[in-house]
Design a protein around this ligand. Structure first.
Ligand code: IPD
Ligand code: CA
Ligand code: CA
Length: 265
C-alpha cells in the first residue's frame, strides 16, 4: 500500500491541534467531569470527548484504516491495515489537577511498523512529531538525544502504575536510580517523557506502559537517536512494536549502564 506520509502527518497534526483546543477549553471554560474506570483509573469527560473527536475524524478521512484507542477500542491488535494508535489525553491525572504536563498522542502503524507519531502538549504549546527515517522535530526544530552524559549526571524519568499491588521491584529500581543517577522525575505523561528524551531534557525513561502511551513517543525518541529496549520481561501479548512492557528508552551511551541500574531481584 502506498501512503502519502506528508499528508498523513499534516492530518495527524491538524487533529492533534484541535484535540488540544478541546483540552484547553474544557479546563478554562466549559468544565469537565471525572470518573473512575476499573475502580482506580481516572477518566474525564474530556478524555471521552477527544476520543470521540479523533475517531470521527480518522473514520471520515481514512475509512479503511483501523483505530486502537485507549478509550474506545483497547483490545485491537496490529495487522497489515494502517492502524492509528491514539491516547486522547496522556496525563489525565495532571489534566484533572490543572497541571500543564498533558498531551494528545497519535501514532500510525503500517504492516505492524511505526510510520509516524505526533505528540501535542497544548498547555506548553509543544508539538513533537516524527516520520520513520526522517528524524524527530519539536515545533519544526530537529531533535537529538543528549548522548555522552555520564550515568551520575543522567536525569531519569519513570512512572507508576494505577494499581499499587506490586510495588516492591519498582521501589528498588527507583532507589537504584536515585543512588546512581542525577535524579528521578515522575512527570505524569509517558508520551511526553519519551519526547523529552528525544529533546535531550531527560537522558533515560523507563516504565511499563500500554500501546497508546508509547506508540507515537517511541518513534519520536528513536528518530532523535534514542535506543529503545527492555529492562525486564515482556509479559503482555501485544506485538513488540506497540508493546510497552518494561520499556527502557535512553541515550545510546547509557543503555548498558541503565540495564544494570534497573536489574533487580
Ligand atoms: C498514564 C501516563 C503516566 C504513566 C501511566 C499512564 P494516562 O497515561 O502516561 O505518565 O505513568 O502509566 O497510564 O492514564 O494519563 O493516559
Ligand atoms: Ca496514557
Ligand atoms: Ca489516556
Amino acid at each position: 500500500m502506498t501512503l502519502n506520509t506528508d499528508k498523513l502527518l499534516a492530518f495527524a497534526k491538524r487533529i492533534s491541534s484541535h484535540a488540544g483546543t478541546i483540552m484547553v477549553e474544557a479546563r478554562e471554560k466549559k468544565g469537565f467531569s471525572a470518573d473512575y474506570k476499573a475502580d482506580h483509573e481516572l477518566v474525564t469527560s474530556t478524555d471521552l470527548a477527544i476520543d470521540h473527536y479523533l475517531c470521527q475524524e480518522i473514520i471520515a478521512a481514512y475509512p479503511d484504516h483501523r483505530i486502537l484507542s485507549e478509550e474506545s477500542s483497547p483490545n485491537l491488535s496490529l495487522d497489515a491495515v494502517p492502524t492509528w494508535v491514539i491516547d486522547p489525553i496522556d496525563g489525565t491525572v495532571n489534566f484533572a489537577h490543572h497541571h500543564r504536563h498533558v498531551a494528545v498522542s497519535i501514532g500510525l502503524y503500517v504492516d505492524g511498523q511505526r510510520l509516524l507519531g505526533v505528540v501535542y502538549a497544548p498547555f506548553l504549546d509543544e508539538c513533537y512529531w516524527a516520520i520513520k527515517g526522517q528524524g524527530a522535530y519539536l515545533n519544526g526544530e530537529r531533535l537529538w538525544v543528549a548522548d555522552g552524559v555520564s550515568l551520575r549526571n543522567a536525569l531519569v524519568a519513570t512512572g507508576f502504575p494505577y494499581q499499587k499491588n506490586a510495588l516492591e521491584k519498582l521501589i528498588k529500581r527507583v532507589s537504584n536510580v536515585l543512588h546512581q543517577c542525577q535524579d528521578v522525575r515522575r512527570n505524569g505523561s509517558a508520551a511526553l517523557d519519551l519526547c523529552w528524551v528525544a529533546a535531550g531534557r531527560l537522558q533515560a525513561y523507563y516504565e511499563s506502559v500500554k500501546p497508546w502511551d508509547m506508540a507515537a513517543g517511541a518513534l519520536i525518541a528513536v528518530e532523535a537517536g534514542a535506543v529503545l529496549g527492555r529492562y525486564d520481561e515482556v509479559e503482555s501479548a501485544w506485538p513488540l512494536e506497540i508493546n510497552g512492557d518494561s520499556l527502557l528508552v535512553c541515550a545510546p551511551s547509557l543503555y548498558d549502564a541503565m540495564q544494570q541500574v534497573l536489574a533487580v531481584d
